[in-house]
Design a protein around this ligand. Structure first.
Ligand code: PLP
Length: 438
């Protein structure tokens, strides 16, 4: 069934009213959508907008939702805990210790861990720690990776073709010194990393990378790429940081590092680790982590009023409990395989060039010829068709964010029937987006 989405909706009205008091009407730059959608509530795999429309949701709050919306075990545990504790700002709670112990138990690189509130905070702290520990300033990040909103890393994310691998800060107001201290390398290109390290001997503090470039989206590391980075970092004394803000817990409780068998020095976690609640973490080698000033002998500042608040910590513990027996991962990986294979069929049947990227529970149907291995490949995506297709999906009650190259997410709450429904909708939506009759 195709539902009408036009102007004059309650979502549109709410956004207009919001824009009087919130710049642009939304609280982060990527929440404006066309068609306009404001969500009133969500449960499991479904969300309902303020106009009463229900959608099968694959946006999952940019991947922060792994178990399903308002998962009862998570919200129940949070609701119970906050009756007696929210935040005290002195010492540590039993729950904070339990959470750290769980992360140390599961994440291969984690000998110690600190928590904060967002992925950007985590990458900021990790990079400063690497700089403090090495006494070096320069860092390497990768074209097409997003590692947070701060000046250290906010460059060369989804660069347009004229700015690929060139100086491409994403915001006014960034410090030139910070932008220029961040060198950009090509994902999946070890020679490029070798060239960069040779050009800056003994100057590179850290190499930060999404082990799967899900923000590009869905570039998988070629065999040997992550191992090669590990070897270069060992040889050059560079701190290897895996930014597992998307991959952490979503692909494995140990992060993608547990699947790849490559252990970084530091790991950043966020998003799915607390199923929608604001929890993030930096984990890593003890000798590095003990440099944080949470340790009296440390010399790299670590602070944050809300760090370790009960809402985030309890949500993290409840999420881990749901994941420990492996059933959720088995389920979302199986549905992810079905979805990727099904979408490839949909594109092939329609006779349109299509490649389905993603891994595990993530998928994205790009309209281009393969392969999908480098950032340059991503630029071949037909962005107009991509957006038309996503809008047609929304009309059919399936929500994937209508933004170019946005990845989509399967949660534990999705079922085989949901995947079937999504694939039927995809078939119709693609026909409509191509201007063909159903
Ligand atoms: C890989 C990666 N790192 C860091 C971040 C920043 O996380 P946050 O938005 O919680 O600050 C994101 C957010 O999308 C991300 O995808």
């Amino acid at each position: 069934m195709v539902s009408p989405i036009g102007t004059g909706t309650r979502s549109g009205e709410l956004l207009e009213r919001a824009a009087e008091v919130i710049p642009g009407g939304v609280n982060t730059c990527r929440r404006r959508s066309e068609p306009k959608v404001c969500v009133r509530c969500g449960a499991g795999a479904y969300i309902e907008d303020v106009d009463g429309r229900r959608y099968l949701d694959f946006h999952a709050a940019y991947g922060a939702i792994l178990l399903g919306h308002s998962h009862p075990a998570v919200v129940g545990r949070v609701a119970q805990a906050i009756q007696e504790r929210v935040l005290f700002g002195v010492g540590v709670t039993e729950a904070e210790v339990a959470l750290a112990a769980k992360i140390v138990e599961h994440v291969p690189s984690a000998e110690q861990v600190v928590v904060c509130n967002s992925g950007s905070e985590a990458t900021y702290h990790a990079i400063r720690l690497a700089r403090g520990a090495t006494g070096r300033e320069r860092i390497i990040k990768f074209q097409g990776c997003y590692n947070g909103f701060h000046d250290y890393v906010l460059r060369n994310v989804l660069s347009t073709s004229d700015l690929v691998m060139r100086r491409d800060p994403q915001s006014k107001g960034m410090l030139d010194a910070a932008v220029d201290a961040t060198s950009i390398c090509r994902f999946n290109d070890l020679d490029d990393v070798e060239r960069m390290t040779a050009a800056h001997p003994d100057q590179i503090a850290a190499l930060v990378i999404e082990p799967i470039a899900h923000n590009s989206p869905g570039l998988l590391p070629r065999p040997g790429f992550l191992e090669g980075l590990r070897a270069i970092c060992d040889r050059e004394g560079i701190v290897l940081i895996f930014d597992e803000v998307i991959t952490g817990f979503r692909h494995h409780l140990g992060g993608y590092q547990a699947i790849a068998g490559v252990t970084p020095d530091l790991t950043t976690l966020g998003k799915a680790i607390a199923n929608g609640f604001p929890l993030a973490a930096v984990a890593g080698r003890r000798d590095l982590m003990e440099r944080f000033t949470s340790n009296p002998a440390g010399d790299v500042h670590f602070g944050g009023t809300y760090n370790g608040n009960a809402v985030a910590v309890e949500a993290g513990l409840a999420t881990i409990e749901q994941l420990e027996d492996g059933a959720v991962h088995e389920h979302v990986f199986r549905l992810g395989d079905r979805m990727r294979a099904g979408l490839q069929e949909v594109a092939d049947e329609a006779g349109v060039a299509g490649v389905v990227g993603g891994f595990g529970s993530l998928f994205v149907l790009c309209f281009m010829e393969g392969p999908l291995e480098t950032y340059e490949d991503v630029l071949r995506n037909d962005s107009e068709l991509f957006l038309r297709y996503r809008r047609e999906l929304i009309r059919r009650g399936v929500f994937e964010m209508p933004e170019n190259l946005g990845r989509s997410h399967i949660t534990a709450a999705h079922t085989d029937d949901d995947v079937d429904r999504a694939l039927d909708a995809a078939r119709e939506a693609l026909r409509a987006a191509l201007g063909r009759r159903s």
